[in-house]
Write a protein that binds this ligand. Structure first.
Ligand code: HAS
Length: 571
């Protein structure tokens, strides 16, 4: 058995980059307070506990937009860039280029603030998917575009570091964490191109009133061309954490560096040509092409199945090293509640949640089953166990840890910190099944009719939705308590004096249980995988995009006289 050198030495971050990374971490966590609050209000509203979706006079769709945009777009993009900055500096052992770093963080912050204004004023109640005919104030689209461009600049700033590293280390494959972050950002770059086309050439001119008509099927297709790979842009930084730091935290070794690299490369190939699985129910596309996207969607589950086996094998090794003897007792030997290894707790809770998030994704992907659950609460149940599971918990745990390293302040309230992910998991395991079961009973995914379907005097009353609505509210309450405790840990940490020098990054990598790949291996090269990705995108999207283009232009002005119809609850 071969091992690679374990990098334990710290990397000293330059003061400017340190300050910018602190902004990239702290700003989204502050906004998250608003995002989580509105999530809780949604659940209380659905459970019939409150009249409107919040106490602040913010309506249902406005609150849902704030919840989705902050949690799913702002938090994930900022964290992806911050974690990418940490990974690139640490593993390539080079400082970031200041010009790129200032421009990237500056644009992202500016974009977020610009988009926040119309959202807070109620001028952009378009949800995180911003489908036309819902129309937002132009500032919303412009702000979102700046956020994305800022993240592109972060990627551009890493490329010179990569080239220098490869020149200086011609006999070594890219460090696994670098490969993982690079694939995440290549997927992000590729999939934000259709989004840029939709926003720049369709939504902004339309919201400025320069054009009256907008092709709705085309806008939706371009959105999902972006929208599904987006979820892997969220997931892959978490996978980088699992394949490196988490295994180390568990005390294990990475079972297979081959499998780990193949996982990231398979995501590069398969995560984009699958977007039509969000549009199975929409007319205008041949069933054949929906079938092609369905098949590829099953394909994109394969790297996650591989991850399940590789990480489980690595954890089993950790348990055996700690004294386990039997077939399953290795689980009991893992550091579940070790307050000095909180990242293990954040990671393992995320993985356990993802088992169910992943399996429900397979249900969604199945063309015929999708007809039953599309646009029902089942979908919200699914995605809270994916983005709200491994992704969210990895972000929470790592944000705190990186902040502690960048400021030299020790994490305080360690006992509470290690309990946060399990409490979140408990809440989610009440919330998501309730949403999903409600979905199977016909409960809609989004609804501003929450109170009426719980009211026996209403024509929309549904007695069988009462238990699922209440359980959704209880689950959300437990999750909110977990988040409040997490914020308490932040406040205690912020107020602690620094005990170590600031800016010393230490990102752990595990040892490998099997030999590392050689630079000649296909797994050490990105280009062939990128070519296959292009070919698959072309094959899978050529005809659907032409079909969307051929649909008649569809002008639906969004005015008070022409409100968007409210979906009627099934009786
Ligand atoms: Fe999804 C809708 C299909 C993964 C997020 N998804 C959504 C939406 C979101 C979302 C946000 O095909 C709603 C979008 C909207 O606004 O309309 N999804 C899938 C499939 C996967 C999948 C096949 N989704 C994700 C991930 C997300 C995410 C990841 C966020 C990060 N999804 C769909 C479909 C729809 C959809 C349809 C549209 C539905 C509709 O009609 O609208 C797969 O990638 C999942 C593969 C995952 C696995 C799980 C592997 C398990 C692991 C844990 C192992 C545990 C260990 C612990 C090792 C196969 C890795 C062991 C230790 C011990 C101690 C035991």
């Amino acid at each position: 058995m071969d091992t690679i050198a374990v990098k334990r030495e710290e990397f000293q971050v330059a003061p400017l980059s340190r300050a910018l990374m602190i902004v990239e971490i702290v700003l989204p966590i502050v906004l998250l307070v608003l995002g989580i609050y509105h999530g809780f209000m949604q659940a209380l509203y659905r459970a019939g506990v409150i009249q409107s979706s919040s106490f602040l006079g913010i309506g249902y769709y406005q609150g849902l937009t704030l919840h989705g945009v902050i949690n799913a777009v702002v938090l994930t993009t900022f964290f992806g860039v911050a974690f990418g900055n940490a990974v690139m500096q640490y593993y390539l052992r080079q400082p970031l280029i200041p010009g790129f770093h200032v421009a990237s963080t500056g644009l992202m912050v500016m974009g977020t603030l610009i988009a926040a204004v119309p959202m807070l004023l109620g001028l952009a109640d378009v949800l995180y998917t911003f489908y036309p005919p819902l129309r937002a104030h132009p500032a919303f689209y412009i702000g979102a575009a700046l956020l994305v461009v800022g993240s592109w600049i972060a990627l551009a700033g890493w490329l010179p570091l990569l080239r220098r590293w490869q020149k200086e280390n011609p006999t070594q494959p890219l460090p696994l964490a670098v490969l993982g972050m690079l694939t995440a950002f290549l997927i992000w770059f590729l999939c934000t191109i259709p989004l840029a086309i939709e926003v720049l050439f369709m939504l902004i001119p339309w919201s400025l009133g320069w054009v009256e008509a907008i092709n709705i099927p085309l806008a939706r297709t371009l959105f999902w061309f972006f929208g599904h790979p987006l979820v892997y842009f969220w997931l892959l930084p978490a996978y980088v954490f699992y394949y490196t730091w988490f295994i180390k935290e568990a005390g294990g070794k990475l079972y297979s560096p081959y499998a780990a690299r193949l996982v990231f490369l398979l995501f590069l190939v398969l995560s984009i040509p699958v977007g039509l699985h969000h549009q199975y129910t929409e007319p205008g596309f041949d069933r054949f092409w929906k079938g092609v996207h369905a098949l590829l969607t099953f394909g994109v589950a394969i790297p996650s199945f591989m991850t399940a086996f590789t990480i489980a094998a690595s954890l089993e090794y950790a348990g055996v090293k700690r004294g386990a003897k039997g077939l399953f007792d290795w689980m009991a030997y893992l550091p579940w509640m070790d307050a000095n290894r909180p990242l293990f707790a954040y990671g393992i809770a995320g993985l356990l949640i993802f088992v169910f998030g992943g399996l429900t994704g397979i249900v969604n992907a199945s063309y015929n089953l999708n007809q039953t659950i599309h646009n029902t609460g089942f979908i919200s149940g699914h995605f809270h166990m994916t983005v709200g599971g491994p992704v969210f918990l990895a972000i929470l745990g790592l944000s705190l840890e990186l902040f502690s390293q960048l400021t030299g302040k020790p994490i305080r309230l360690r006992g509470i910190n290690v309990a946060v992910p399990y409490l979140w998991m408990l809440g989610l395991f009440i919330f998501s099944p309730a949403m999903m079961y409600g979905g199977l009973l016909g409960q809609p995914r989004r609804t501003n009719m929450g109170l009426s379907y719980l009211d026996p005097d209403s024509p929309h009353f549904r007695a069988d939705w009462i238990p699922t609505s209440y359980l959704t509210g209880i689950g959300a309450a437990v999750m909110t308590v977990a988040f409040i405790l997490y914020i308490a840990v932040w406040i205690a940490t912020l107020s602690a004096p620094a005990t170590k020098p600031a800016g010393q990054l230490v990102l752990h990598a595990p040892e490998n249980l099997h030999p590392e790949i050689s630079t000649q291996s296909i797994l050490a090269r990105l280009r062939p995988w990128l070519v296959v990705a292009f070919v698959l995108i072309l094959i899978s999207y050529w005809v659907p995009l032409r079909q969307a283009l051929q649909t008649p232009q569809n002008a639906v002005p969004y005015t008070p006289d022409n409100p968007v119809p409210v979906v009627q609850a099934r009786k």
